[in-house]
Design a protein around this ligand. Sequence first.
Ligand code: PLP
Length: 390
Amino acid sequence: MVKIPFCKVACDGNELEYVREVLDSGWLTTAGKTHTFEERFRECVGARFACAVNSCTAGLHLALEALGVGHGSKVLVPTMTFTATAEVVRYLGADPIFLDVEYGSSLITPEILTGAIRKYPGAKVFIPVHFGGQAAPLLNENGRGLLDLCRESSIDVVEDAAHAFPAKCLGRMVGSLGNVTCFSFYANKTITTAEGGMVTTNDPAIAKRVKVMRLHGIDRDVWNRFTADKPSWEYDVVAPGFKYNMPDLAAAIGLAQLERADHFRKERERCARFYLERLAGIDAIDLPHVCCNMEDHAWHLFVIILNERSPVSRNQLIKIMAERGIGTSVHYKPLHRMTYYRERYNLRPENFPNAERIWKGCVSLPIYPSLSDDELDYICNVIWKALGEE
Ligand SMILES: Cc1ncc(COP(=O)(O)O)c(C=O)c1O
């Protein structure tokens, strides 16, 4: 029986060697490996500062806190995302404002943002999600990008780049563009540390605040306290911070993954090209709208959308594929459909027409480096058959 999981981590580089170094060092949590990981990641995205944290959710929380989001603040977020993007807004007592997305890419476009800024004057922060690994149009060759629009309205930008390493916007690395960018290294992401995340910024004040708040509001790095030649017990607490630091064990895996990130991305691009070519003729499917160069896309997800011409429903296709041994997923059930947000903010599906169309038909296909051309061929054949277009 064929078994193709939805995702599969590749840990076939220097992971074991670097983890062994940490185990042998006598100190397992935040210290030298985390600092090296921060430095390498920072160089890779071209940002001035990088702060490793224990999840992207923690990073988003810290970023909003550093920008002064609090009770009464309004934060613009897409509805087509994971709950983490909006829940961090609630952690701070602020309110998310949910925006519809573009059909096909699930991104917020300049047109959507322009309408939202007009409708909700006074929004403090915008969180674009680089859905599936494709950068939202922060910069725009032929007009104003999302960053221009935000700058004109004094809105800060915190990028949710959970899917988007390594990705580029008009040739510039995601991670060096908005006020703050947050990456995820959760187990199913493009590179992983099991659990983990990274905050990057060019703003020294934000970097300082994130560093202090990720570790209890202590005014110095704890690893200095425990590992310096002359350890000092003394430290001060300048704010009620959080416990969001990344342990060296995780950073060791991250360093090895980072070395292979470009190779992983190329392999996922191979999968995406295969799907785009082989599924192009199916009338019942809308393929992902790729608005950037294929090489600039991180290709974390490959989402097809069954349209109104499909002979089977989304759930039926998922069932058929599961019966043939193929794992799939759904990105996403939009946040306006989730009980908490729907009830608290009185959200109605008719205000999110594109997200509704996507949600009704979307299926995420397997996409990872070790997925072979034979497996891709098998998946495409199953989809062709299921849609009656053999
Ligand atoms: C769009 C998006 N944002 C944020 C997160 C949260 O990432 P983490 O699990 O690292 O906190 C995820 C995780 O899946 C995500 O998909």
